[in-house]
Design a protein around this ligand. Structure first.
Ligand SMILES: Cc1ncc(COP(=O)(O)O)c(C=O)c1O
Length: 382
């Protein structure tokens, strides 16, 4: 029997979450952010699942971080528009941007120069990225008018021009800084009569006043709730990835016996420990503390001892039905119906869902479910 660790990807849940985002977006268009291999879920499979939705229900565009990610999607047969959220990394990429029919952000002077010198044979929709307060990428607000006018003077860029910016604190309950950023962008949009794309997942979920002409949800599509305080809408998100394994060994330990490296966990009573096929060599976070939740045979229990490269250990003293071969859910949905959110696991690892999801390593096979085509697509990515 093969090693039992697998990442099950529920494409119906992905579509459900996208429909939720689209519904929240109202009159705004909702692109789907599928960078970083769709946050670890497999970009081509996710894009196909979304692109095959009926007209009017599918994303009008996808977004990725770089040209290589867009090329992989085109190779995978994805024909929808794709936005490069960071634009190009060198001027030579512009020829490929044009050939592949991509859209791109422009965030700095050298990119702008490259665009102005390129003179494309067909339109390239360009999204002018503004640093409204994140202080990561983008033109300062006072530079934007001139950038906009220089691009608007080129017919091939003038048609698809748009302003974009990124929020630093849209997930927080305190709206102070979010509103400062939003105000700066509204001012610019009004002056330039420009369409706006601002909202990431938390803003899509919680700040309708920021929706503009496009929203740009990412992590919510995969079922993670980015909000500091969950909302009625965010509670309707469904987990897309289930990281599933099995018990491969059981140990009965006397009170006081240590488990794993450095003996971090010691049995507080006579205990039964299950060894699970999943470790940091698969991308499971080594910072998981004792007490990090795990589902065994549909019941919630906890990590006991440090995570190893290929294994981790779980206290199953109170789960007498646990056997070798019992289902173990590291996050996602159990066959028994229980759900363990990746957000909750992330809190126990002092991290965020984004790192856990993008961190699942290629040696974990992705197994896709829920596509309209019959059968299950198994992709082993090692
Ligand atoms: C520019 C940009 N837009 C949108 C997103 C999507 O953000 P989220 O996953 O929080 O929805 C990201 C994610 O990092 C981003 O960098």
């Amino acid at each position: 029997m093969a090693r039992p660790l697998v990442a099950d990807i529920d494409l119906d849940a992905l579509r459900h979450n996208y429909a939720l985002a689209r519904g929240l977006a109202g009159d705004s268009q909702a692109l789907a952010v599928i960078k970083a291999d769709a946050y670890g879920h497999g970009a081509v499979a996710c894009a196909r699942a979304l692109e095959s939705l009926p007209e009017g229900e599918r994303p009008p565009a996808f977004a990725v971080a770089c040209l290589e990610e867009a090329e992989a999607l085109r190779l995978g047969g994805i024909e929808s528009p794709i936005v490069l959220l960071e634009g190009i990394f060198e001027a030579a990429e512009l020829a490929r941007v044009e050939a592949l029919g991509l859209w791109m952000a422009v965030h700095s002077e050298w990119q702008l120069q490259a665009l102005l010198e390129h003179r494309p044979a067909r339109p390239i929709p360009v999204w002018v990225k503004v640093d409204s307060g994140m202080h990561r990428l983008g033109f300062a607000p006072e530079q934007v008018e001139s950038v906009w006018q220089r691009l608007a003077a080129v017919p091939e860029y003038a048609t698809g021009l748009q302003l974009m910016s990124h929020f630093a604190t849209a997930d927080a309950v305190d709206a102070g800084y979010f509103e400062t950023q939003l105000e700066r962008m509204r001012d610019l949009a009004q002056r330039l009569k420009a369409p706006l794309c601002l909202a990431n997942s938390p803003a899509t979920l919680a700040w309708p006043q920021s929706h503009g002409s496009w929203v740009r949800p990412g992590v919510m599509l995969y079922g993670s709730d980015p909000l500091e305080r969950p909302s009625e809408a965010s509670r309707r998100l469904q987990p897309v990835m289930t990281l599933r394994s099995e018990i491969i060994a059981l140990r009965d330990l006397a009170e006081g016996e240590p488990v794993g490296y450095a003996g971090r966990w010691r049995a507080p009573r006579p205990s039964r420990i299950a060894v699970v096929a999943c470790g940091y060599g698969d991308g499971y976070d080594r910072h998981a503390v004792d007490g990090t939740p795990v589902l065994v045979a549909g019941r919630c229990t906890a990590i006991a001892g440090k995570v190893s490269m290929d294994m981790l250990t779980v206290d199953v003293t109170d789960i007498p039905e646990a056997r070798i071969g019992s289902e173990v859910i590291l996050w996602g949905r159990s066959r028994h119906g229980a759900v363990l959110s990746v957000d909750e696991v992330a809190r126990h690892c002092d991290t965020i869902s984004y790192t856990l999801l993008t961190g699942v390593l290629p040696r974990v096979p992705r197994r896709y479910h829920g596509m309209a085509d019959p059968g299950t697509l198994v992709m082993n990515r090692t």
